[in-house]
Design a protein around this ligand. Structure first.
Ligand code: ZN
Length: 225
């Protein structure tokens, strides 16, 4: 049983990888060097893939700065110090146009090569309710498309299922699940706007704030804090 697992280097995707291992999958971790300002997450991804026993880890280079238009890939400030009302008021500027569609397409290509029947992605519909490509209807539609799109699918050799183990979990639930699965939290990286020299998290972006709240609510100490 093989699964391609999208691995950003953050808490959520690390928990997904650990979940997939626990489910008995041989896990092929896939990361993207897409021009993100928080490229430091890629070294976290490498360490996590190794620590959690991925069968392989690849990083695809795709430069989404050619389109920009996101605070993660363009010269736009990452919002800081926002409360939850402000975070969920509308789709944030940290949304990267069509990112999950692009990432899942790459995952599908690798899954076809591996004849894997699973793709695992750490989307979450609660904390990021504004991200259109984190919604369950998007994932279902992609899965339908995926099974029409590949040679192995048409020949009936594999049918891809997209697993979203975090879809309905709060950040605190994700921390609890990660703790149960022995995720090495200390080597995960969540910040959108880390210090470029030290790689230290800013503590003020939406991702840092949600992470801190998740750990606090779960009653678990964040070793990176
Ligand atoms: Zn941050």
């Amino acid at each position: 049983m093989k699964a391609v697992c999208l691995l950003s280097g953050g808490l959520d995707s690390a928990t997904c990888l650990a979940w997939a291992r626990q489910q008995g999958f041989e896990v092929y971790a896939l990361s993207f060097d897409y021009g993100q300002r928080h490229r430091v997450e890629l070294s976290a991804a490498t360490r996590i893939a190794e620590a959690l026993g991925a069968a392989a880890h690849r990083t695809a280079k795709i430069d989404l700065r050619v389109f920009g238009h996101s605070a993660l890939t363009d010269d736009i400030d990452v919002p800081k110090g926002r409360d939850e009302a402000a975070m969920s008021a509308d789709i944030p500027v940290t949304y990267v146009p069509a990112r999950n569609t692009i990432f899942l397409s790459f995952a599908l290509a690798w899954a076809e090569v591996l004849e894997a029947d699973a793709i695992v992605i750490g989307v979450n519909a609660l904390d990021y309710s504004g991200y259109p490509d984190c919604r369950p209807e998007f994932i279902e539609a992609f899965q339908t498309m995926a099974n029409l799109a590949t040679k192995t699918g048409v020949e009936g050799r594999t049918k891809v299922k997209i697993h979203t183990p975090l879809l309905k979990l709060s950040k605190a639930d994700i921390v609890r699940l990660g703790a149960e699965l022995n995720v090495p939290f200390g080597i995960t990286h969540s910040c959108y706007d880390p210090d470029l020299t030290t790689g230290h998290p800013c503590g003020q972006c939406d991702s840092c704030i949600l992470r801190a709240r998740g750990f606090r609510e779960a009653g678990v100490v964040d070793p990176t804090a």
